[in-house]
Design a protein around this ligand. Structure first.
Ligand code: AMP
Ligand code: MG
Length: 647
């Protein structure tokens, strides 16, 4: 322990008082870790796949090792054929030898002679060209006639023309793939020096964590970071070992961390780094080796509680608990260090450049990470911000990667060409992009597209956000459900030039309650709300401002603001979960969601869920496929089955 005189609590406070910038934190971390030698090991060629070369590889031989014929034919002296033509063929005497593959020639090709040679055979002494068998005629067994001239070097691969002896064949840090294995095999290399993968232990922390496969007790969540960090380490050259989730107990955690560090080159924890009760891991680190913590509390958003430490030469990292924060900080700040330890170059395949279509506000003084979804625009990739500021793992489903806004910027202006870090390098831009209001019916209609190999991306930004994206041409469809008070109609009045309406389906909105709740059973929606308002112990769950559902709720409530009014989740499912789990007694959602949650349902109004189609994108095959699926018998049946009414 390097800070002996201080009590653990003082250390803790000190660390949080010094908030470092991202750049300073990285500098300190790297200064404590590098330079260091990357340990290497020899591996058999066939076991080197996926490893990083530890040294430059120099070609030990020429490839091909001799001048080699590229065709089946005859080795000749080109000067002999200077006058050859279709009308005046040149006759050459055949030497008494046939050079097959693997046969070393014994005789020279003297003037006026030729030697039969197969593809891959070594060119004999004296010969400087090969003529194809097709351009010759046999004259008995002892001679041929050649009908064409031959240029010197014709159909000959000279020794070393593929790979020259002494040439730098592959550079240190190259990831060995099948191509590299091929090059090494051609040179006869059987043992390859590769970087030894750093052994990285992964630990999750938290009393609330259950491993996938276990059963979820109330208030528990599945351990997400354990799996995702382990996979991301393997993707970046580490040999990850997941050691499970440890409860927030100082002595248990300390012994797990000590053991992990003893057996491994690096330790990555997650959670337990904010200053909440039971957050102990950073205190333990101070006892594990020197110099200990180099940064705890970094000006990142999200990701402030990231903790970077080096204990006797081994990096120890505590990632923030929220999975998205953990991933931002892992990819941005830990991957470069891990790759350096693994002898790999910085990851170039995991960065793309994309234009940001909207202004993204950002907090001054903190480096901000923004999850983005990539969409093909007219002039290249567009990076659509998704799930900004949320700790939800679900935003991964829509996101391809993230961008970084500098601490000194208070915004990223619309139109900025930004660097996007991809979560995985094999990003695929979706074939069909749907931006707007979300509905579970979308998946039903899009299912056949996915089966046909089309990648469909739907981004939930609400009806108005979807319309704006459609007007900018950033999506194919914007699903909307917007009621126009003036005309008393849905959606059509909201369309702008360049957009056309494709009818979708009708969704029954209504009041949900737990089955058997006598306050609601058998009533109309209006009666039910009156009954709820009359009972002071009755709690509602509302919806967010701007949701179509919210308009219906506000109409029913009038000026009333019952308990629960300010609980305003953004989705139909969250309303159902709140009622089903007893946090609220009633709310409004759509019939299929109510049914899936086994809730009682009082129908209120049917709303129109339609699509604003960007006319300019109508001819795209994926758009046509979606239109077909929407109109198909199967699509309509699936919607009906789920409780929707196809338009
Ligand atoms: P903490 O830093 O431990 O206070 O965690 C912050 C938040 O992240 C809490 O909501 C935790 O439940 C959550 N969290 C921590 N570790 C994990 C994990 N391994 N998987 C999923 N969520 C986690
Ligand atoms: Mg925790």
């Amino acid at each position: 322990m390097n800070n002996m005189p201080k009590s653990p609590d003082n250390i803790d406070q000190d660390q949080f008082l010094t908030i470092l910038s991202r750049e300073d934190a990285l500098l300190r971390f790297e200064a404590a870790l590098f330079p260091r030698t990357v340990p290497s090991e020899m591996r058999r060629l066939e076991d080197a796949l996926g490893r990083a070369l530890a040294q430059d590889m120099v070609a030990p031989i020429d490839v091909p090792p001799f001048d080699r014929s590229n065709v089946d034919g005859f080795a000749v002296r080109s000067a002999d054929l200077a006058s050859a033509s279709e009308t005046a063929p040149v006759r050459l005497a055949l030497n008494d030898e046939m050079i097959a593959c693997g046969v070393a020639p014994a005789r020279a090709v003297l003037p006026g002679t030729a030697t039969s040679i197969a593809t891959g055979g070594p060119v004999p002494r004296g010969a400087d060209a090969i003529v194809m068998v097709e351009h010759t005629d046999p004259v008995g067994d002892r001679a041929i006639e050649v009908r064409r001239t031959a240029s010197p070097g014709q159909f000959v691969s000279y020794a070393g023309s593929d790979i020259a002896r002494g040439e730098a064949l592959l550079r240190a840090g190259t990831m060995v793939g099948s191509r590299e294995i091929g090059m090494l095999a051609a040179c006869g290399v059987a043992q390859v020096p590769v970087a030894r993968r750093p052994r990285v232990a992964v630990l999750s922390t938290g009393d609330e964590l259950v491993q996938p496969g276990g059963s979820l007790r109330p208030a528990a969540i599945f351990d997400t970071n354990g799996a995702i960090v382990t996979a991301a380490i393997s993707e970046n050259g580490g040999e990850a070992k997941f050691l499970g989730a440890i409860p927030d107990d100082e002595s248990q955690l300390e012994s797990a961390m000590r053991q992990a560090l003893a057996d491994n080159d690096m330790l990555v924890l997650s959670g337990g780094t904010s200053k909440g009760a039971g957050d102990v891991s950073h205190r333990i680190i101070a006892r594990l080796g020197s110099p200990g913590i180099v940064a705890h509390g970094i000006a990142l958003k999200p990701g402030k509680p990231l903790c970077l430490a080096v204990c006797d030469g081994k990096p120890v990292i505590i990632l923030p608990g929220f999975p998205t924060s953990a991933m931002f900080t892992f990819h941005d700040m830990i991957v470069p260090v891990l790759r350096r330890m693994a002898g790999l170059p910085p990851r170039s395949d995991a960065k793309v450049s994309a234009k940001v279509p909207v202004r993204i506000a950002s907090e001054l003084g903190r480096t901000e990470f923004v999850m983005v979804s990539l969409v093909e625009g007219d002039e290249g990739l567009i990076a659509y911000p998704t799930g900004k500021g949320s700790g939800a793992i679900t935003s991964f489903a829509q996101a391809d990667g993230f961008l970084r806004i500098d601490a000194l910027a208070d915004q990223m202006p619309a139109g900025t060409e930004a660097d996007v870090t991809l979560f995985t390098p094999h990003v695929r831009v979706p074939d069909l992009v749907i931006v707007g209001s979300h509905c579970t019916g979308l998946d039903l209609v899009a299912a056949p597209l996915a089966r046909a190999g089309l990648l469909v991306r739907s981004i939930a930004v609400g009806s108005l956000g979807g319309l704006a994206a459609a007007k900018r041409g950033e999506c194919d469809f914007a699903p909307i459900h917007l009621f126009d008070e003036k005309t008393g109609t849905y959606n059509t009045p909201y369309l702008a030039g360049g957009l056309e309406l494709v009818p979708g389906w009708r969704r029954m909105q209504g009041i949900v309650f737990r089955k058997g709740d006598a306050r609601f059973e058998g009533l109309s929606a209006q009666q039910a709300v009156r009954a709820a308002l009359a009972d002071p112990g009755c709690i509602m769950v509302n919806r967010n401002q701007g949701a179509g559902t919210r308009i219906l709720i506000d109409r029913l409530l009038g000026d009333a603001r019952p308990d629960g009014y300010w609980n305003q989740p953004r989705s139909h499912n969250a309303v159902a979960a709140a009622v089903a789990q007893g946090r609220a007694d009633w709310g409004m959602t759509i019939a299929p969601v109510a049914e899936a949650a086994s809730l009682g349902f009082i129908p209120l109004a049917e709303e129109h869920y339609d699509f604003a189609l960007v006319t300019a994108r109508k001819a795209r095959p994926a758009v046509q496929a979606f239109l077909d699926a929407l109109a198909s018998r199967e699509g309509r049946a699936a919607l009906t089955q789920a409780g929707f009414r196809p338009a």
